[in-house]
Design a protein around this ligand. Structure first.
Ligand code: ASP
Length: 597
């Protein structure tokens, strides 16, 4: 017995007269007196079945039992539809299957939502993902994801990379998140960390002479879930030996082009722009700017140095953006709230009305020179931030992004990809007061900046680069440290004692002392890349079985507590606390994470 001869979307007029067996889901059943019509569906499309009691008296009673989403197998003759029944909207619309025998292969309970229903709540969709997957939307997204994955693999192989697997269970791999831990039954009280990335392993591959490695690697990071973040995600991870920075960027750009082409989208023009970290921070206040619109930050620190307006005069830095809109008091009030979310204490503004007259409580304190600097076109609002420079940038960057979206300044048909380069090597860790790495501790200083690692860490720049698309960070990479002395100096600057460095990364320091070639690489967040190529704003739309923001999987109910016996075996005792209760609460609230997106 054969289940089917063709997929449901395949029958065409050229097969009229053939006997065919089709199988699929009943998408719709219509009873027209004696005649029953069923739309039989699979992922390729729909074929109409006709069950005529006069032609097949056995099939007719079966057809009456059919309900939505029953799985059917139908055998019959492909016939042309009557001219007035042809459906030009359907690829199979010229034909139908005159059914001789109909079998109910599998029944379906009434579904929690109809597959053609719009606006089904996301939690329900994820809870019943196997139903959601039957819908075109998810079918398309997962197939796009596959197409891109295949294009990436082809491109990497054409470029001479080999696919090598690395362990998931390993030692902590510092990528700036918490580790997920795996208890080890054979050695109670010890834990593996799930790899936050294959970072150290790929460096060891270069030391091991593999030369060009890649992998579509799953990574695990324990951090809050967001529109562009899940606990586990995949990266196109690669590393090459003896590269210049441009070599690495070129590999990635080829992958970008191949992926765009694979989904029939016009690739961005290459090479992509390279912009320094300093430049993007000054102009956009973020290292992942959406440059599809203006509203660039302007600096006013100099001109406001002796300002009579104390908020400006006393601030270490002052910046502003000019927004082409005459905001009302109420609008300015809500913008102030946005500014506060980003760390501002208040929001100073100058509103230029239609006539170009300025309206602002602070205007009377400003000098001619200040007013001349801020002078803007009629119907413009100038928004200020005055604080430490990083806060000024953060606030104005946050306002800029908010307003870009709110005021519809973003052209959704535009794609803006760019490289951000020359990041600082270190940043200040406010909690510990120490220097910490900006990305991971294996990033090489810019040539000539090695001496600054311990002397002037604040001024040491790195050979790190980020790929940014329309305001999303798609991935990061760097040229790595291949000299164990430089690596040890970086650990020292981070406040690690020699013992601690040895305990955590001794194996790497040792490998670096045994013939390490210069090397560098990159990792591209696959789900983010696929989401953007699929025009989705949330990576959950391209993940088959995502978790919601509470960190739970509504489908399986994971994570769950474990029986005492199993815990005992692992040498683990659970301390009762609010963690468990907290989790239950957020699942019940149906929080899918859209709020924080
Ligand atoms: N390991 C880095 C990350 O996961 C990427 C890299 O530096 O290649 O972001």
């Amino acid at each position: 017995m054969k289940w089917r001869d063709l997929m449901c979307g395949e029958p065409r007029a050229d097969r009229v007269g053939e006997r065919l067996t089709l199988a699929g889901w009943a998408a719709r059943r219509r009873d027209h007196g004696g005649l029953v019509f069923i739309d039989l569906r699979d992922h390729t499309g729909i074929c109409q079945l006709v069950i005529n009691p006069e032609r097949s008296p056995e099939a007719a009673p079966v057809a009456h039992q059919v309900r939505n989403e029953f799985v059917l197998r139908a055998e019959g003759e492909l016939v042309p539809r009557a001219p007035d029944a042809v459906n030009p909207a359907l690829p199979t619309g010229e034909v139908e299957l005159q059914v001789d025998s109909l079998e109910i292969v599998s029944r379906s309970e009434p579904l929690p939502f109809q597959l053609d229903e719009e606006g089904v709540d996301e939690l329900t969709r994820i809870r019943y993902r196997y139903l959601d997957l039957r819908r075109d939307h998810m079918q398309q997204n997962l197939r796009i994801s596959h197409t891109i994955g295949a294009a990436i693999r082809r491109s990497m192989e054409e470029q001479g990379f080999i696919d090598v697997w690395t362990p998931s269970m390993t030692k902590g791999t510092p990528e700036g998140a918490r580790d997920f831990l795996v208890p080890v039954r054979l050695q109670p009280g010890t834990f593996f960390a799930l790899a936050q990335s294959p970072q150290v392993f790929k460096q060891l591959f270069m030391i091991g002479g593999l030369d060009r490695y890649y992998q579509i690697a799953t990574c695990w990071r324990d951090e809050d879930l967001r529109a562009d973040r899940q606990f586990e995600f995949r990266q196109l991870d690669f590393e090459l030996a003896f590269p210049t920075r441009e070599d690495v960027l070129d590999v990635m750009e080829r992958v970008v082009r191949a992926s765009f082409e694979a989904v029939g989208r016009e690739p961005p023009s290459l090479p992509l722009r390279r912009v320094s970290y300093d430049d993007v921070m000054a102009r956009y206040g973020t290292d992942k700017p959406d440059v599809r619109f203006g509203l660039e930050i302007e600096d006013a620190t100099e001109v406001t140095r002796d300002s009579e307006f104390g908020v400006f005069g006393n601030a270490p830095a002052v910046g502003f953006i000019r927004v082409p809109q005459e905001f009302s008091r109420t609008e300015l009030g809500s913008l102030e709230e946005v500014a506060k979310e980003w760390g501002a204490k208040g929001l100073a503004y100058l509103v230029y009305d239609e006539e170009g007259e300025v309206r602002s409580p602070i205007a009377k304190f400003l000098s001619e020179r200040e007013l001349a600097t801020f002078r803007s076109d009629p119907a413009t609002t100038v928004l200020f931030a005055a604080d430490e420079l990083p806060i000024v940038r953060r606030v104005l960057g946050g306002l800029r992004t908010h307003l870009g979206r709110e005021l519809g300044l973003i052209d959704p048909r535009r794609d803006e990809l760019l490289w951000v380069v020359d990041f600082p090597l270190f940043q200040h860790d406010e909690e510990s007061g120490n220097w910490t790495f900006m990305h991971h501790p294996f990033t090489a200083p810019l040539p000539g900046h090695e001496g600054l690692v311990e002397g002037e860490p604040a001024n040491a720049l790195s050979q790190h680069y980020d790929l940014v698309w329309n305001g999303w960070e798609l991935g990061s990479g760097s040229i790595r440290i291949h000299d164990s002395d430089v690596q040890a100096a970086v650990f020292r600057t981070m406040g690690m004692s020699a013992e601690e460095a040895e305990e955590k990364f001794g194996y790497l320091l040792e490998a670096l002392r045994m013939g390490a070639p210069p090397h560098g690489g990159f990792a591209l967040g696959l789900e983010r890349f696929v989401a953007l190529l699929a025009d989705e704003r949330n990576i959950r739309e391209v993940v088959a079985f995502p978790k919601v923001s509470s960190g739970s999987d509504p489908l399986t109910g994971a994570p769950t507590p474990l029986p005492d016996e199993q815990l005992r075996e692992l040498g683990i005792r659970v301390v009762e606390g609010n963690g468990i209760l907290g989790r239950e609460r957020s699942v019940r609230d149906g929080d899918t994470g859209t709020r924080s997106s």
